[in-house]
Design a protein around this ligand. Structure first.
Ligand code: ATP
Ligand code: MG
Length: 138
């Protein structure tokens, strides 16, 4: 069993895609073991995406991530990190495969509806960034 952090980004919430994304998670046996809605401050978004601090898109990305409410979830399952990354599809939705969340719903390389942790270490950091252990089922 592995855990990963999922976010339905502000574009996904604004566009009414919470149900669609959750349905795809459920159909793919990615169990939701924690879930909440929050509106990140700019500072929280900067801390969350600190690995991208030096990237040219950092300023715009953190503005976007703090622009409205988001859904943060902990997903659990066998090989959950890779399986969820596969379900999300490529960062750039023009390159995302058929059947992925980003292929179905993303409009832009930045406004790409969902986030997923990319490795066990980042998953641990990202889960602890939003949830304490009493907020995660089991
Ligand atoms: P995420 O970390 O959100 O799951 P990812 O791992 O597919 O996405 P990263 O390279 O970690 O992609 O980039 C983080 C986020 O920054 C992307 O999801 C996207 O919203 C934004 N981003 C990435 N590359 C660009 C870019 N070239 N221009 C604008 N925004 C970008
Ligand atoms: Mg990433």
């Amino acid at each position: 069993m592995e855990r990963t952090l999922s976010i339905i980004k502000p574009d996904g919430v604004k566009r009414g895609l919470i149900g669609e994304v959750v349905r795809m998670l459920e159909q793919n046996n990615l169990d939701i073991v924690a879930m909440k809605m929050l509106h990140m401050t700019k500072k929280q978004a900067e801390g969350f995406y600190a690995v991208h601090r030096e990237r040219p898109f950092f300023e715009s990305l953190t503005d976007f991530m703090s622009s409205g409410p988001a859904i943060v979830m902990v997903l659990e399952g066998d090989n959950a990190i890779t399986r969820y990354r596969d379900l999300m599809g490529a960062t750039d939705c023009r390159e995302a495969a058929e059947g992925t969340i980003r292929k179905a719903f993303a409009t832009d390389i930045e406004q790409n509806v969902v986030h997923g942790s990319d490795a066990p270490e980042t998953a641990s950091f990202e889960i602890a960034y939003f949830f304490n252990r009493f907020e995660i089922i089991r």
